[in-house]
Write a protein that binds this ligand. Structure first.
Ligand code: ADP
Ligand code: MG
Length: 673
């Protein structure tokens, strides 16, 4: 029988580190959380080789006393909880008191910190969990933490780290999450000497989103908001004109902490049902506020997952917020929208506003898109960062001190030098580090950033660039929103399949089947809940034979069928008679239709999903076909119908129902610009 032993603290820390620290981005996340908790208004993140080699987080927060600086890297050292009751009521980001201990146990770690009231800073240097140096140092108020050679003492874990570019993607994403949660904090991110993100403090979340994704994004976002007695939901979600092929741009926050939660995710995607094509994901910036006592953030070591005590309420509120955003009339949708960047031709001032969509054709370049590789190509800082010399000698990026917070000009990130000691650790010098207090020589050449700054583009990470317009020739046609089109004047039909319409000099091309299907679907959706829709009585009742399971499904759903205008009746043990079907529709083969609807009602999903599937079937059958010649009245009915329904820009399968060619695109095609 082996003897039981208590693990030495270094080993315990390394084990804990395995849970908290997975990669450079997780280190950065912890350091950023701490900086935010320390009340910083400016935080800079500098990394080399995706953080594999060096990473440094500098903040202008409250700093630590020399005693705390020594204590903070001890396991379970925290200033944030004292009693177990405090665990119930956590409002800060960190709370376990193990992040710094963990990080310091698996890297070469250096901390320099100073409180406002102290005259000098203090430095603590730890290699793989062992304190190798500490003492006074030079530094402004605030805290700088430098982490090098992550996992140098745990080769097995180091093997799992990815290439610098991949690690950098995670770093970008982490900084983005934090920046979206704390818009009043100025964030900068520098990679290998190049500025990757420069996010000045702003007064609203909308502005922060625009900082990151470009101003144009607001046109493709809808505001959401929903308040219940126990929680509030706010933020922005994208219209179907802006989607991605992955969920990486879905940002959800609870009490300013970024989280992933399946209930929230599911409520969001349910809210988007019948709006997005399969396999496409929206962009979402969703902020939930609720009583911290109803959340458990202790379910995951990295605090990314939370559990809600009242899952249902969260689901209902999020789902409701998303649905409501779609149901609002167009005029109310863009309260915070900045002036749209229309490019009108100088000689043709429009009489009435041109629909946004109509003029955006050539403007529209999915701002988000491209992959992280491109992060590298953003705004070079003229002088590369040098990771030379000791870290404490580094000229700290101008952080701290200033209170001007909400500035709009992008400040220059000064070149920074990195600790040589960190790269090639010299034998530990225990005791006061006199190098530390040496003043810093002028290192920086003047940095020419004037024009680089204007070229700063949002970080472009993740996913493909094609957006929704993949099916549409680039630069010419785009999936269109008819939201702001004052009216659509029908010009005629093309190939018995498309309705051509005009509005303010823009040409709208409507897929007659997709558009009609969407119109009918919305109508059915309303009537399936409220009823009743007019019926047409069949001259000869039809019958359908059904399996016992299908009989059951149909009998359960009879009320819905009735509200839609069907008259159905059991007609023997395995047969139903159909006496009437929805009126005003061009429906043939009533029995086949009902049978298909029953099949739709049988599949997976909750009742609502099933009914909606059945309504798709009905709408698809009842809609005019691709290839049907249409008279003017029918075309006008479809064009008008499109303008009166929500979610009109896409058919229920998520295909666009209307595309448009702007005056600008037309001119371009004829080289008239
Ligand atoms: P936790 O955040 O869970 O308390 P950490 O290990 O992340 O645990 O940090 C330990 C303590 O160190 C914190 O409680 C805080 O008092 C202090 N600390 C860490 N980072 C900073 C910082 N950037 N500024 C000021 N204090 C800090
Ligand atoms: Mg912490």
């Amino acid at each position: 029988m082996p003897t039981i032993r208590v693990l030495p603290p270094e080993v315990a820390n390394q084990i804990a580190a395995g849970e908290v620290v997975e990669r450079p981005a997780s280190v950065i996340r912890e350091l950023l959380d701490n900086a935010v908790d320390a009340g910083a208004t400016r935080i800079s993140v500098e990394v080399e080789d995706g953080g594999l080699k060096n990473l440094r987080v500098t903040d202008n927060g409250c700093g630590m006393s020399p005693e705390d600086a020594l204590l903070c890297t001890r396991r379970h050292a925290t200033s944030k909880i004292l009693r177990s009751e405090d665990l119930e009521n956590i409002t800060t980001k960190g709370f376990r008191g193990e992040a710094l201990a963990s990080i310091a146990s698996v890297s070469r770690f250096k901390l320099i910190t100073r409180r406002d009231e102290d005259t000098e800073a203090v430095m603590v240097q730890i290699d793989g969990g062992t304190t190798v140096n500490s003492g006074p140092a030079a530094g402004p108020p605030g805290t700088t933490i430098l982490v090098s050679d992550l996992f140098f003492n745990l080769p097995a874990r180091k093997k799992f780290l990815k290439r610098p570019t991949t690690e950098m993607e995670h770093v970008c994403s982490t900084v983005t999450w934090l920046a979206l949660a704390h818009e009043r904090v100025h964030f900068t991110l520098v990679h290998n000497g190049r500025s990757v993100m420069e996010l000045p403090a702003v007064a609203s979340r909308a502005e922060r989103i625009m900082n990151i994704y470009g101003r144009g994004i607001m046109g493709d976002l809808l505001p959401v908001s929903m308040d219940t007695p126990t929680l509030s939901v706010s933020g922005f979600i994208s219209r179907p004109t802006l989607t991605r092929n992955g969920a990486q741009h879905i940002f959800t926050f609870v009490n300013d902490r970024y989280i992933r939660n399946r209930t929230v995710q599911r409520a969001l995607m349910d809210g988007y049902r019948n709006i997005l094509p399969t396999g496409r994901y929206p962009l979402v910036f969703l902020y939930l506020e609720l009583d911290p006592r109803t959340i458990d953030i202790n379910v995951h070591p990295t605090k990314q997952e939370v559990k809600f005590a009242r899952e249902n309420e969260v689901f209902t509120a999020v789902y409701g917020a998303v649905r409501q955003a779609w149901e609002q009339p167009a005029e109310e949708k863009h309260p915070a929208e900045p002036a749209p960047q229309y490019h009108f031709p100088p000689r043709q001032p429009p009489q009435t506003p041109i629909p946004r969509s109509a003029v955006e054709i050539t403007n529209f370049s999915p701002k988000i898109g491209g992959d992280t590789e491109r992060v590298e190509s953003v705004v070079p800082v003229t002088k590369p960062v040098e990771w030379g010399d000791t870290a404490s000698k580094s000229s700290p990026p101008r952080i701290g001190g200033d209170t001007e917070g909400v500035e709009s000009v992008v400040p220059v990130t000064k070149p920074v030098e990195w600790g040589d000691a960190v790269l090639k650790p010299s034998p530990p010098k225990i005791g006061g580090d006199t190098e530390g207090v040496e003043s810093i020589g002028p290192t920086a050449k003047p940095v020419e950033r004037a024009d680089a700054v204007s070229k700063i583009s949002p970080p472009k990470f993740g996913g493909d660039t094609e957006g929704v317009e993949s099916s549409i020739p680039p630069d010419l046609l785009r999936a269109s929103s008819v939201d702001e089109a004052p009216e659509l004047r029908v010009l005629g039909q093309l190939a018995n399949s498309y309705i051509l319409a005009e509005s303010n000099g823009a040409l709208f091309i409507i897929d007659q089947h997709a558009a009609h299907e969407r119109i009918l679907f919305e109508r059915f959706l309303i009537h399936s809940a409220r009823g009743p829709l007019a019926s047409q009585i069949l001259l000869f009742p039809a019958t359908i034979d059904l399996s016992p399971a299908e009989m059951q499904v149909l009998s359960d759903s009879t009320p819905v069928f009735h509200r839609l205008g069907f008259d159905l009746e059991p007609f023997g043990p395995s047969t139903y008679a159909i006496r009437a079907i929805p009126g005003d529709l061009n429906l043939e083969a009533a029995s086949e239709l009902v049978k298909d609807m029953v099949t739709a009602l049988q599949g997976e999903g909750n009742t609502e999903e099933k009914v909606e599937r059945a309504l798709h079937t009905l709408a698809c059958r009842a809609a005019v076909k691709f290839g049907d010649p249409l008279d003017r009245d029918s075309m006008e009915a479809i064009a008008d119908g499109l303008r009166s329904i929500p979610r009109r820009d896409f058919c229920p399968h998520g295909r666009p129902s209307v595309v448009c060619l702007s005056p600008e695109a037309l001119r371009k095609s004829f080289r008239r610009t």
